[in-house]
Write a protein that binds this ligand. Structure first.
Ligand SMILES: [Zn+2]
Length: 239
């Protein structure tokens, strides 16, 4: 099992780790700060270096065991490597991911529309919600609500709970714990806003910025239907 260090500290750009397993172009480390693709957030890229050389990390996958794909033959087992995350890409993902939390919470609160899917990139994102049809006026309202939440500079916190405790104490329609596989026994809760009355509280293993002010200006760029009772909203951020 790889220790996924980005869960506890998403501000780390450089780290050292040991190669646990190595095969062809794939490396498993004992711990990593590289985010593996999942939850609509693309993987990190970056480098792994030893005294022998530097490898580009082109793809990262997996949860219990995080596999780093590198260009060329991977460094051998037992080697200590220095990892470095491509920070512009990670930071963009964290901003988009945090904005997605705001959008999901706002759509649920204002339209009773649950998020059913999302995908973000470095320069754009989309979110699918269970809803009949958003009007142009709705999209304008959503955009200004999100920018108000950015201006409010809400703090972002995270902490771990046992699944049992999370299911007992948190609102299931917001935390979406039912979507997690049965094997998951501990969840990471992400909260935005006031501690006693958070604006959003979700089980999430992605990376986020420390406060919503870091998101930048939100532009809702479009919508399209995804069949009955499902709408897709697209948005972009500028710093
Ligand atoms: Zn998240």
């Amino acid at each position: 099992v790889t220790e996924r260090r980005y869960l506890d500290d998403a501000a780390v750009r450089e780290f050292t780790a040991r190669v646990d397993r190595s095969h062809d172009d794939r490396v498993v480390l004992d711990r990593t700060h590289f985010y593996p693709s999942g939850g609509g957030q693309p993987h990190d890229t970056g480098t792994l270096s030893t005294e022998e050389g530097t490898w580009r990390v082109t793809r990262v996958e997996g949860r219990d065991e995080v596999v780093h794909y590198v260009d060329g033959d991977a460094p051998p087992e037992g080697t200590t490597v220095a990892g470095e995350i491509d920070w512009e890409r990670r930071r963009a993902h964290s901003r988009y991911h945090t904005a997605q939390h705001l959008l999901s919470a706002h759509l649920l609160g204002a339209y009773d529309a649950e998020t059913v899917g999302n995908q973000l990139y470095e320069d754009r994102a989309r979110l699918d919600a269970g809803y009949d049809r958003f009007t142009e006026a709705d999209l304008g309202d959503v955009e200004s609500a999100l920018n108000d939440l950015v201006d409010a500079d809400l703090p972002v916190r995270h902490y771990r709970l046992t699944r049992e405790e999370a299911e007992r104490t948190l609102d299931p329609s917001r935390t979406r714990l039912d979507l997690l596989p049965a094997s998951v026994t501990e969840v990471r809760i992400v909260e935005l806003g006031d501690e006693s009355e958070p604006y959003d509280r979700t089980a999430c293993a992605g990376t986020h910025v420390d406060s919503t002010g870091e998101i930048g200006t939100v532009a809702v760029t479009g919508r399209e239907t995804q069949g009955s009772e499902r709408e897709r909203i697209r948005f972009e951020l500028t710093e």
